[in-house]
Design a protein around this ligand. Structure first.
Ligand code: NAP
Length: 200
């Protein structure tokens, strides 16, 4: 049987309900057989402030994923080379040669895809599933999808009800000592407490 395998790559600093909601909505739409979260080692595309150690980010992803039966791969964390998505997708295609890969992104990453390493190869390896994080986002994404099509991309855009949550918001609220239980799964909150993360 050909499996539909979803991949959500992310800095996950930390993982939050917005990420999980994005996966859930695409799972409902496409019916994935497997969902794999792949935390980056060091993001190649942004100078992330207050980046928790990759070990912590992977463990928080595992705690969040457990409830939904998602998998977490540390392939990028283990790799010596930068966390380029094309390398990760090549490795997954090698592991699952007959299956279909779906790479999920939010609005900002979708709109930057042509600046990534070897985007045309990414489009050969995976269907891009993307959703807006703003009211005006869908229009911009639809236009960009037309350009991506000329690069061979197969895109699925979904105008889902996005949750206004970001990792920056989670860290800020947490640092202020306020309640983040609506933003992050309980197991992740407990982990952040246990290891005193994001308090500086
Ligand atoms: P992130 O901040 O942890 O976010 C992961 C994804 O979730 C992003 O696409 C983000 O959307 C989306 N998201 C977060 N909160 C959301 C919400 N409330 N509602 C809907 N979507 C939400 O990770 P990231 O730093 O953006 O990295 C994403 C992936 O892109 C990583 O795997 C990274 O390695 C990859 N990447 C690769 C290259 C390359 O290969 N050269 C370059 C850039 C990125 P937004 O896109 O809107 O932030």
């Amino acid at each position: 049987m050909i499996q539909k395998i979803a991949i959500l790559g992310g800095t996950f600093n930390p993982i939050h309900n917005g990420h999980l909601h994005l996966i859930k909505r695409f799972s409902e739409k496409i019916g994935f057989d497997r969902v794999i979260l792949i935390p980056t080692k060091v993001p190649t595309h942004k100078g992330e402030e207050h980046l928790a150690d990759a070990v912590h980010r992977v463990r928080m992803c595992r705690l969040a994923a457990k409830e939904f039966g998602y998998e977490v791969s540390d392939v990028e964390v283990q790799r010596e080379t930068p966390s380029y998505t094309v390398l990760t997708l090549e490795a997954l295609k090698h592991k699952f040669p007959n299956d279909m890969l779906y790479f999920i992104t939010g609005e900002d990453m979708f709109l930057s895809l042509l600046t990534w390493n070897d985007p045309d190869r990414i489009f050969q390896l995976a269907t891009i599933c993307s959703a807006p994080r703003s009211i005006e986002g869908m229009g911009k994404m639809e236009q960009y999808a037309q350009i991506l099509k000329t690069h061979g991309a197969n895109t699925i855009l979904a105008n889902i009800d996005f949750l206004p949550i970001s990792s920056t918001l989670v860290r800020t609220v947490w640092k202020n000592g306020e309640d983040i239980s609506d933003l992050v799964p309980a197991a992740v909150v407990n982990y952040m407490k246990q290891y005193d993360l994001y308090k500086e």
